[in-house]
Design a protein around this ligand. Structure first.
Ligand SMILES: [Zn+2]
Length: 397
């Protein structure tokens, strides 16, 4: 073995045992003992002195986990929705030992700008990630309540949109999104043909300012959600009017609150019967039923196979909702009218599908629960990028 500094043949100092946490086997933690070769360079002018054999394929320098254990854990989180604590238990090490080992690998993947290549349809969305203190992280708080998430919704060769969470940035504002777009550089921005968003003017402004060639499209998931929220509001208002209190067990409207949130096409016969029974229980329930039908119309516009037919339903919604006697539906109609162009763009582009944003939100929600809250925003981002498909590496399955 030549000295890595001066190249002079080094003298063997024998071997040193290094114990590594390895992939568990037969349900038991495993330790891998690496008999590392050690040498000493005897060249008088060389500063190297003693040195030890290194091989990143086995383990990184000074690592406590073997490289394959790190990738095993990362893939368990990504594919099996495992918790870091649960994996540490299986490995027979501490949570911090595992996280310290995998964090640099996640960071390296997140820093690789090539993962932003080829994005043509970009989604933006936000979610609340904590309800704690909003003081800056440096002052012991957890920073902004919300995270703005960017996702790659570009369809593959079969026309199915990818579901890839590209990034998460703390805060919710047009500036947050705009700054992120600026950081990505010109060629990324020039490649974006379609940009989906929820009805938030801040995002719209960022798209208009930074993505001049892109068509802005209201995300179907959020529009459908606005409809569902409107029905919920009508139900609560009528409930108050009739009973003078919030819904409770035994109230007919309260009993169907979840049925009202679902799509009519997903209701079983039994649920349909329950819905009709509750509606007929009081003539004042008609308003709830009507609001529900309006929300269903919105769903149908998106679900209709034929794009032109779907667009006609959407136009009908724009024409009728703003004059609806139900105030909640009227308000929804006005919102959609304000967003008319971006709302209708869904049917003019090749359908920015409803599924991906919804699926990503579901994954994020699931992992927040699995981790029982992640107090550090950087860790949260890395974790969500991993499970949201935003990272890539040959070792990532
Ligand atoms: Zn040397």
């Amino acid at each position: 073995m030549g000295c890595p500094t001066c190249g002079v043949i080094a003298h063997s100092k024998g071997r040193r045992l290094v114990q590594l946490v390895d992939v568990p086997c037969f349900g038991r933690p495993v330790r891998l003992v690496w008999r590392k070769r050690t040498w000493r360079c005897r060249e008088a002018l060389c500063p190297t002195g003693s040195f030890t054999e290194q091989d990143d394929r086995v383990a990184a320098p000074r690592a406590k986990l073997s490289t394959r254990a790190c990738w095993w854990a990362i893939n368990q989180i990504r594919r099996e929705h495992a918790s870091v604590l649960g994996l540490a238990r299986q490995l027979g090490c501490a949570w911090a030992t595992l996280w310290t080992a995998i964090k640099p690998l996640l960071e390296a993947m997140a820093a690789d700008e090539s993962r932003f290549d080829g994005v043509e349809r970009l989604g933006v969305d936000e979610h609340v990630w904590h309800h704690g203190s909003t003081r800056p992280v440096a002052q012991g708080g957890r920073g902004p309540k919300e995270f703005t998430g960017m996702s790659d919704l570009t369809p593959d060769q079969h026309g199915r949109p990818k579901t890839r969470l590209l990034d998460l940035v703390a805060g919710r504002s047009g500036k947050v999104y705009g700054d992120w777009l600026t950081t990505r550089g010109h060629s990324f921005r020039a490649g974006i043909k379609e940009a989906t968003l929820d009805p938030f003017t801040g995002y719209k402004k960022a798209i208009d300012d930074h993505l001049d060639d892109a068509v802005a499209i209201l995300d179907a998931f959020h529009v459908v959600k606005l409809g569902t929220t409107a029905v919920d509001e009508v139900r609560r208002r009528i409930q108050q009017q009739i009973h003078g209190h919030r819904g409770r067990k035994g109230d007919p409207l309260y009993g169907i609150r979840n049925i009202l949130r679902a799509g009519a096409e997903n209701l079983t016969e039994k649920q349909q019967a329950r819905l009709h029974k509750a509606v007929l229980a009081d003539p004042r329930h008609d308003e709830v039923y009507l609001a529900w039908q309006c929300a269903q119309q919105l769903r149908t516009a998106y679900a209709t196979e034929d794009l032109a037919a779907g667009r006609r339903i959407a136009e009908h919604v724009l024409k009728t909702f703003p004059t609806c006697p139900i105030p909640e539906i009227k308000r929804l109609g006005k919102t959609l009218t304000r967003w008319r162009e971006a709302f209708l763009a869904y049917w003019d582009t090749n359908r920015a599908n409803n599924g991906p944003t919804e699926a990503l939100n579901g994954l994020i929600e699931l992992h927040r629960r699995i981790a029982r809250g992640i107090p550090n925003p950087d860790h949260y981002r890395l974790r969500m990028l991993l499970i949201g498909g935003g990272l890539s590496h040959p070792h990532l399955i």
